[in-house]
Design a binder for this molecule. Structure first.
Ligand code: SF4
Length: 83
């Protein structure tokens, strides 16, 4: 995996899209990165629909918090392993 830090750029809207050399110039993300994020979002949306959650806002906030915590934890673990 590439260890360089990158900055996430959210979708800027389809009107900014370009697909040259496998990367969108609108959001700067690779097409693979975009597809993977889309698949994950689809899965999360599917679960909410399947469970018929009435409080989708709470579900989304929970997922966001969990992802943030998991990334922090994994980065800390990786840093410890490198010492
Ligand atoms: S390629 Fe990037 S800017 Fe275009 S729709 Fe997809 S995420 Fe949005």
């Amino acid at each position: 995996m590439d260890q360089r830090e990158t900055r996430f750029v959210p979708c800027r809207g389809k009107e900014f899209c370009t697909d040259d050399e496998g990367r969108c110039r609108g959001c700067g993300r690779t097409l693979d990165e975009i597809a993977r994020a889309r698949d994950l979002v689809d899965g999360l949306a599917e679960l909410a629909i399947e469970m018929n959650y009435s409080n989708v806002d709470e579900y989304v906030a929970y997922v966001a918090k969990k992802v943030q915590k998991k990334v922090k934890y994994r980065r800390e673990q990786a840093a410890l392993e490198q010492q």
